[in-house]
Write a protein that binds this ligand. Structure first.
Ligand SMILES: N[C@@H](CCC(=O)N[C@@H](CS)C(=O)NCC(=O)O)C(=O)O
Length: 198
């Protein structure tokens, strides 16, 4: 498996996933400032010119959530995904999908100071609804699915951490801060995140 990454990017979440699984792929450092994602060679792998990218047996997997979901399924013995067909699986998918479909576009729109837009037709709604969703989904204790830590925490928790750290989520609640603290206490998080992120 080849993992295209840069530790100061969203690829820190897939790096973290590998560390949680205790799996070591071939790591390919991508220098964002040197324009590595704009080369014809890289665009052939990912036309979006984005990292992280995972290549497994010639198959290209892009998107943080897709890579984490794929890895959780590839190493079922590590217990990072609930059983197929269980109701927990439904909750799990929600935590995997909301970051990319709702949190990412909402905070991007917020950072761009876009004026009025039709929130009813925008899939990510408006900031108030998005913040309420994040608050409701943030676990009071333990992890997204209860006692078991899963890829849902890496994708949802990693995205929450990212937007708190970048200041996009301006006033995290006590519950959100406590959840992110629990994530940061994990050895695999500490191994893969620059100390300035802690
Ligand atoms: N939706 C993508 C976003 C990935 C992303 O935005 N990556 C940024 C770094 S944080 C990137 O590769 N930017 C390089 C570029 O656009 O050239 C995912 O979830 O993987």
């Amino acid at each position: 498996m080849k993992h295209y990454y840069n530790p100061m990017s969203r690829a820190m979440t897939t790096l973290w996933m590998f560390a949680e699984l205790d799996v070591e792929p071939e790591q390919i450092f991508v220098d964002l400032h040197a324009g590595d994602t704009a080369t014809a060679q890289f665009r052939k792998i990912n036309p979006m010119g984005k990292i992280p990218v995972l290549v497994d047996d010639g198959v290209v997997i892009t998107e943080v959530a897709a890579i984490c979901t794929y890895l959780a399924d590839k190493f079922p013995e590590k217990g990072f995904a609930p059983a197929l067909g269980s109701t927990a699986r439904g909750t799990y998918y929600r935590y995997l999908f909301v970051p990319g479909t709702t949190m990412e576009p909402m905070f991007t729109v917020k950072s761009m100071n876009v004026g009025d837009y039709p929130a009813m037709s925008a899939g990510f709604g408006d900031l108030e609804r998005c913040l309420a969703t994040i608050e409701e989904m943030t676990p009071d204790a333990d992890w997204a699915l209860g006692a078991e830590f899963t890829a849902a925490d890496i994708v949802f928790g990693g995205t929450l951490d990212f937007f708190i750290q970048t200041g996009s989520l301006e006033e995290p609640s006590d519950k959100q801060k406590a959840y992110v603290r629990r994530l940061k206490d994990r050895p695999a998080y500490q191994k893969t995140h620059d100390p300035s992120w802690s």
